[in-house]
Write a protein that binds this ligand. Structure first.
Ligand SMILES: C[S@@+](CC[C@H](N)C(=O)[O-])C[C@H]1O[C@@H](n2cnc3c(N)ncnc32)[C@H](O)[C@@H]1O
Length: 184
């Protein structure tokens, strides 16, 4: 997927300006505002939402056009985010430095231990992305490497306290799994 072109060629926002439903519907599970990281921030809909709630948010992505739009979206709401252009397959994060990590529609399994290490004790991670059931709908990722197996998030985060988990599979939202976990 050429994300740069996708973001550049869309005069609006590819995924809209509103935060992901998973984040919005589970906002009651967010920790007290502190330091947050949005993994694969894209055009910033989730990072801007968190900044509006009072989090100090950094957003990492490989796409410069995405990061520029993310900063612009935050500015539109009268807040700021810190855009970081980096490859998430090669990233190092300071241990126990984050209160919240959000990762929506991005799956890089090797990154998950690095993310959990970067959370402070009692810090929380919100993650939602597509499962293999998505292939039948003809949109979203098709590469199996970027799709979850049924129940896989529960296995991947088995060492942590699961605050919330859900899987769904329908034509409107697609086939997805989402989890909120807390580090002890
Ligand atoms: C489906 S978009 C998700 C956007 C955002 N999380 C949201 O919910 O609106 C996936 C994003 O992952 C980014 N991405 C893909 N591979 C990456 C990598 N190795 N390092 C950093 N960002 C990456 C792309 O540039 C793209 O913005």
């Amino acid at each position: 997927m050429d994300w740069d072109a996708r973001y550049q060629n869309n005069p609006g926002y590819v995924f809209g300006k509103d935060p992901a439903r998973f984040l919005l519907e589970n906002r009651a599970f967010l920790p007290t505002p502190g330091v947050a990281l949005d993994v694969a921030v894209g055009e910033g809909r989730n990072a801007a939402y968190l900044a509006r709630l009072g989090f100090r948010v950094a957003g990492i992505d490989l796409s410069k056009p995405g990061l520029i739009k993310a900063s612009r979206l935050a500015f539109e709401y009268g807040v700021a985010i810190q855009p970081v252009m980096a490859d998430l397959t090669k990233i190092a994060l300071a241990p126990a430095s984050l209160d919240l990590i959000v990762c929506i529609n991005f799956l890089e399994r090797r990154l998950l231990p690095v993310l959990m290490e970067a959370l402070k004790p009692k810090g929380r991670l919100f993650m939602e992305t597509y499962t293999k059931g998505q292939v039948k709908y003809g949109f979203g990722p098709s590469n199996a490497e970027h799709l979850l197996n049924e129940g896989e998030l529960l296995d991947l985060f088995g060492a942590f306290r699961v605050v919330f988990y859900r899987e769904h599979d329908n034509e409107i939202t697609g086939a997805k799994a989402g989890i909120v976990v807390e580090k002890s």
